[in-house]
Design a protein around this ligand. Structure first.
Ligand SMILES: *Cc1c(COP(=O)(O)O)cnc(C)c1O
Length: 494
C-alpha cells in the first residue's frame, strides 16, 4: 500500500462516518479509495481498475467523465454555479423542467426541484396531504405503502418505507402507514401457494412456482413463472382493494416503487400490477405517487418504469419522484413531478393561504440542472434506451448459467436492474443465516477480478449503467457467473 493510501485510510477511519456501514468492522477493512474514473471504470489510489457495477449507487447513466456533461457543467460554471429559485428563475431549471414535462408519462406537467431522492419523496407526501387539505378533506392524510418498500432515510420517507433492520430504533419518530402486500415471487403468501396447488402428492414442491399444473412452465427461478406472476398480481390487488375499502376515507395516497422495488432486493412486479394499483387509486379517490428515484432514466427499459402501463384505462401517476439518474449521476439533484390538477389545488388568493411553503436552499441548482439537460440530450443522441434493451437481453442470456448453481434461489430482472438471491438450498428455499454475510462475501470475491458490486443482504445487486458497452457488460457478467457458480458454499456451514 502506498503512503498516500495509508494516510487517507487513517484519516478516513478517524473522521468519516460512512452511510449504511457497520463502522466497528469498517476500520478493520481496507476498502479501495476511489481517486478517479474513466467511462465505466473506477480507479483507486493504488492504481487498481474496477468496473463500476452499481453505477456508483444506481445513479450513473452514461459513464464517468462524459465529455458532453463535463462541458455542460464547465459552461454553466462560467455563467453562475448557483442562484436561488425563491423569487427568481434560472435558465437551466426552466429548460430542464420543460424537457422533463415533455418526456414524463401521463399528465405530469409541473416540476418541483430538490436535492435527493428522500427530499423528492417528502415533497410528494406533503403535496399529497396538502392537496386534500386544500380541497376540504383534511382527514385524508394517511398513506398506503407496500411491504419491503424503500423511499429514503428522512423521517417521512422512512415512515412509508418498510425495514425492521433500518428503522427499529426510530419507530417512535415515524407516522403510521397501512401496508399492502408486495408481489414477491420468491416468497409467495400462503393463499397464493394454495391457489396454485404448489405441492404434489408427496408434499414436495416441483416447479417452485406452479407445481404439476397443466400450464406450469417449470421455471427454475420463481420470478420467471408467468402463472405465479398472475396469481400474485391478482392476490395483491385484491388485498389492496380490501385495504382501500377500509382506509380510503382517511388516505391521501398510495406510494409505490413501480415495476421494481429496488432496496427490497430487486423485487419485480408482474405485468399490469402498476396499472392495477393506479386504477384502484382512481376508483377509491386517493392519489398515486410513483417513486421512480431508482427506476427512472432507463433502468427498467423505458425512460420511466410506469410508462409501459399507462394507457386509456390508466392515466398515469398523479405524482412522480425522481433523483439518482436525473443528472446522469454527476450532481445531487431531484425532481418531484405533478399533474396540473394536483398543483392547481395550491393556487388561490393570498388570503386563502394555499401556497406550498417548502423549499431547500440549493433547490434547482444551476450546475446540476445543466448536467441533467446534457444527460437527457445524450439519451436521444446516443439512443441509450436501445442500448438498455440490448444490454437487458445480454444479461438475461448470461444469467441463465446461474441455474446450474443450487444456491441461487431466484434471478430477478427488469431491464438492467438485477437481483440474484442466494440461499442455502433452492429446493427448500432455506436462507443462509444473515450473520454469514454470504452476499457481502461473494461481492468481495468479485473485487480482485476488477468488479465492484454491492449486496442487499443475501441478494447480489447488479446495476450496470444504461449506456454500458457490450464488452464491459460481458466481462462483468462473466465475473458474476464464475464467482457465484464456483464459490465453495460449504465453507459457510457450521
Ligand atoms: C435511493 C432511493 C431513494 C432515496 O434517494 P436518496 O437520493 O438516497 O435520498 C428513494 N426511493 C428509492 C426508490 C430509492 O431507490
Amino acid at each position: 500500500m502506498n503512503e498516500r493510501t495509508q494516510r487517507l485510510l487513517e484519516l478516513d477511519h478517524a473522521h468519516v462516518w460512512h452511510p449504511f456501514t457497520p463502522m466497528k468492522q469498517w476500520v478493520n477493512q481496507q476498502v479501495p479509495i476511489i481517486d478517479r474514473a474513466e467511462g465505466e471504470y473506477l480507479f483507486d489510489t493504488e492504481g487498481n481498475r474496477y468496473i463500476d457495477g452499481v453505477s456508483s449507487l444506481w445513479c450513473n447513466v452514461h459513464g464517468h467523465r462524459v465529455p458532453e456533461i463535463d462541458q455542460a457543467i464547465r459552461d454553466q460554471l462560467d455563467k453562475v454555479a448557483h442562484s436561488t429559485l425563491l423569487g427568481l428563475g434560472s435558465p437551466p431549471s426552466i429548460e430542464l423542467a420543460a424537457m422533463l414535462a415533455e418526456r414524463a408519462p401521463g399528465a405530469l406537467n409541473k416540476v418541483f426541484y430538490s436535492d435527493a431522492g428522500a427530499t423528492a419523496v417528502e415533497i410528494a407526501f406533503k403535496v399529497a396531504v396538502g392537496y386534500w387539505y386544500h380541497r376540504g378533506r383534511p382527514e385524508k392524510s394517511a398513506f398506503i405503502g407496500f411491504g419491503g418498500a424503500y423511499h429514503g432515510d428522512t423521517v417521512g420517507a422512512m415512515s412509508v418505507g418498510y425495514s425492521d433492520l433500518f428503522h427499529r430504533p426510530f419507530v417512535s419518530m415515524v407516522f403510521r402507514t397501512h401496508w399492502a402486500p408486495s408481489p414477491d415471487p420468491a416468497r409467495p403468501p400462503q393463499p397464493v401457494v394454495d391457489r396454485l396447488k404448489m405441492e404434489d402428492a408427496d408434499g414436495q414442491a416441483k416447479c417452485p412456482a406452479c407445481g404439476p399444473e397443466a400450464d406450469c412452465t417449470q421455471a427454475v427461478f420463481p420470478s420467471q413463472c408467468p402463472r405465479l406472476a398472475r396469481a400474485l398480481r391478482d392476490h395483491c390487488l385484491d388485498e389492496l382493494e380490501a385495504m382501500l375499502q377500509t382506509h380510503a376515507d382517511h388516505t391521501a395516497a398510495i406510494v409505490i416503487e413501480p415495476v421494481m422495488q429496488g432496496a427490497a432486493g430487486m423485487v419485480c412486479q408482474p405485468e399490469g400490477f402498476v396499472r392495477g394499483v393506479g386504477e384502484l387509486a382512481r376508483k377509491y379517490d386517493v392519489l398515486l405517487i410513483t417513486d421512480e428515484v431508482a427506476t427512472g432514466f432507463g433502468r427498467t427499459g423505458p425512460l420511466f418504469a410506469c410508462e409501459r402501463e399507462v394507457d386509456e384505462s390508466w392515466h398515469g401517476p398523479d405524482i412522480m419522484a425522481l433523483a439518482k439518474g436525473i443528472s446522469g449521476g454527476y450532481l445531487p439533484l431531484a425532481a418531484t413531478m405533478f399533474t396540473d390538477e394536483v398543483e392547481g389545488a395550491f393556487r388561490g388568493e393570498l388570503r386563502e393561504r394555499k401556497t406550498f411553503y417548502h423549499g431547500h436552499t440549493y433547490t434547482g441548482n444551476a450546475l446540476a440542472c445543466a448536467a441533467a439537460i446534457a444527460s437527457l440530450e445524450l439519451f436521444d443522441r446516443n439512443r441509450v434506451l436501445d442500448r438498455v434493451a440490448a444490454n437487458a437481453a445480454m444479461i438475461a442470456d448470461h444469467l441463465e448459467a446461474l441455474k446450474a448453481c443450487p444456491h441461487v434461489l431466484d434471478v430477478r430482472q427488469r431491464g438492467i436492474m438485477v437481483g440474484i438471491e442466494i440461499c442455502r438450498d433452492r429446493d427448500t428455499r432455506e436462507p443462509f443465516d444473515f450473520a454469514k454475510q454470504v452476499g457481502a462475501r461473494l461481492c468481495a470475491a468479485m473485487r480482485p477480478h476488477g468488479l465492484i458490486v454491492r449486496p442487499l443482504g443475501n441478494v447480489i445487486i447488479l446495476m450496470p449503467m444504461p449506456a454500458m458497452s457490450p464488452e464491459t457488460l460481458r466481462r462483468m457478467l462473466d465475473i458474476v457467473v464464475e464467482t457465484i457458480n464456483g464459490w465453495k458454499y460449504e465453507h459457510l456451514e457450521g
